[in-house]
Design a protein around this ligand. Structure first.
Ligand SMILES: *Cc1c(COP(=O)(O)O)cnc(C)c1O
Length: 399
C-alpha cells in the first residue's frame, strides 16, 4: 500500500435514529453505559457471578426452570442454528411450519444439517392452523416440530399451546423462535412445554445485536446426550458450552464480556419494569398506533387477533411510493421504518415498537411524520389527524 493511500477517518458519528423497523431497536442509555464497563477475564470470579445472574434473569424472562438457559454468542440466527444443530442428526425428520421468511430460513438451516425436512405452510400474513400440523404428523413420526412465535416478516403472532400439545402427542420435541416476541409479549416456555427456544438481544430486549438467549428442556438435553454423532458445529455445540456455563467453568470460547454486561443491564431494566407491565406497554402503544393508522385509512396485513404488538405490518396505500415514504421519514425525522420482504416487498411497511423504542413519544412522532409523508405523496389526509387519533386512544386508556 502506498503511503499516500492511507486515510485518516473522522470520528465515528452516525446519525441519531429512532429505530422503528424490524430490529435493531433503540438501546437504553443504561445498557450503553454497561457496555463501557472495564473488562474482566472470562474466568474471573466476578464474571462467573455475572454469568449466573444473567442465567437467573433469562430463566425469569423465558418463564422456565431449565438449567440449560444461556446467551449464545452471535445474533438471533446463531440461536436458530444452535437449536437445530444440537438436536438434529443426518436423516432425522423435522416438521417446519412456514408462513414467512423465518420459517423458510429454519428449513434452510435444517436442510443444511442433512435433516429430512417436511413443511406445513400457510399464506404469509396468516397463522399456521393446528389441524394442518396434526395432519402432517399423521403421515409419519418426526423428531422435532419447529415454529416461529412472532413472524417478523409478516407481523403474525402464532398461538402455540395447541400446536405444542399436538407435537407432544406425536412424540416430537417442540422448537420455537421467540426472537421478536421475547420481552414484548408473553413467552411461557414451561407452561407451553417448549423444548428448545431461542431469541435475540436486538429486538424487544433492546440490547445491541450480538447475543442469542437459548433455553433447552431436560428432554432436549437428553436428546442431545443420546446423539450417535458429534454436533456438526464446533462453535455451537451445547455439550461443550455447557461445561463453561456449568460448574466446571471449562474454557470453550472467550465469552463476549461487554455484550454479557449489556444483556445483564437490559434484563435488569426488564425486571424493574415488570414483565406484565412491559407487555401492557407494548400492547397500549400498538393500540394507539393502530388508532392513528385507522385515521389515515391504512390497513393492517394481519387479522386483529393475530397482530403482534411489537411488529405492525401495514399495507402501503395505493398510489403511495414505498421508498419515497421511507426516505422522507429517515431524512426529515430520523425515523427508520421497515419495508416488506419476499412476496410482500413493496406491499407493506413494518413498523417496529420494540422494547425501548415502544414509547408514546415515538408513536405520536411517527404518526405525525407518516401523516405528512403520505400527504406529500398526494393522499387526502387532514394534517395531524393520525397523531390526534392516537392521543385520543391514550386518553381513553388513562381515563
Ligand atoms: C430477527 C430475527 C431472526 C434473526 O435474528 P438476527 O439477530 O438477525 O440474526 C430470527 N427470527 C426472527 C423471527 C427474527 O425476527
Amino acid at each position: 500500500m502506498k503511503e499516500s493511500d492511507r486515510s485518516v477517518f473522522e470520528e465515528l458519528t452516525p446519525s441519531l435514529r429512532i429505530l422503528m423497523g424490524p430490529g435493531p431497536s433503540n438501546v437504553h442509555p443504561r445498557v450503553l453505559r454497561a457496555m463501557s464497563t472495564p473488562l474482566v477475564g472470562h474466568l474471573d470470579p466476578d464474571f462467573l457471578r455475572i454469568m449466573s445472574e444473567v442465567q437467573a434473569l433469562l430463566r425469569q424472562l423465558f418463564k422456565t426452570d431449565n438449567p440449560m438457559t444461556i446467551p449464545m454468542s452471535g445474533t438471533g440466527s446463531a440461536g436458530m442454528e444452535t437449536c437445530f444443530c444440537n438436536l438434529l442428526e443426518r436423516g432425522d425428520r423435522v416438521l417446519v411450519c412456514v408462513n414467512g421468511l423465518f420459517g423458510e430460513r429454519m428449513c434452510d438451516v435444517a436442510g443444511r444439517l442433512g435433516a429430512d425436512v417436511s413443511r406445513v405452510e400457510m399464506e404469509w400474513g396468516k397463522p399456521i392452523e393446528p389441524k394442518t400440523v396434526e395432519n402432517a404428523l399423521k403421515a409419519g413420526k418426526v423428531k422435532i416440530v419447529a415454529i416461529v412465535h412472532a413472524e417478523t416478516s409478516t407481523g403474525v403472532r402464532q398461538p402455540l399451546e395447541e400446536i405444542s400439545r399436538i407435537a407432544k402427542e406425536h412424540g416430537a420435541l417442540f422448537l420455537v423462535d421467540t426472537v421478536t416476541s421475547l420481552a414484548g409479549c408473553n413467552v411461557d416456555v414451561d407452561a407451553w412445554d417448549i423444548d428448545a427456544c431461542y431469541s435475540g438481544t436486538q429486538k424487544c430486549l433492546s440490547c445491541p445485536p450480538g447475543l442469542s438467549p437459548v433455553t433447552f428442556s431436560d428432554k432436549a438435553m437428553n436428546a442431545l446426550r443420546s446423539r450417535k454423532h458429534k454436533v456438526s458445529s464446533w462453535y455451537l455445540d451445547l455439550s461443550m458450552i455447557e461445561r463453561y456455563w456449568g460448574e466446571e467453568r471449562f474454557y470453550h470460547h472467550t465469552a463476549p464480556i461487554s455484550m454479557i454486561y449489556a444483556l445483564r443491564e437490559a434484563l435488569r431494566l426488564i425486571m424493574e419494569e415488570g414483565l406484565e407491565a412491559r407487555f401492557e406497554r407494548h400492547r397500549l402503544n400498538h393500540l394507539a398506533l393502530a388508532a392513528g393508522l385507522a385515521a389515515l385509512e391504512i390497513d393492517f396485513l394481519v387479522d386483529e387477533p393475530y397482530r403482534l404488538p411489537m411488529l405492525n405490518a401495514v399495507k402501503i396505500p395505493d398510489g403511495v411510493n414505498d421508498l419515497n415514504v421511507r426516505k422522507y421519514l429517515l431524512q426529515k425525522f430520523g425515523i427508520e421504518l421497515g419495508g416488506g420482504l419476499g412476496p410482500l416487498k413493496g406491499k407493506i411497511w413494518r413498523i417496529g415498537l420494540m422494547g425501548h423504542s415502544s414509547t408514546k413519544q415515538n408513536v405520536v412522532l411517527f404518526l405525525t411524520a407518516l401523516n405528512s409523508a403520505v400527504a406529500a405523496e398526494g393522499m387526502k389526509v387532514a394534517p395531524g389527524a393520525a397523531a390526534a387519533a392516537a392521543m385520543e386512544a391514550y386518553s381513553q386508556h388513562d381515563r
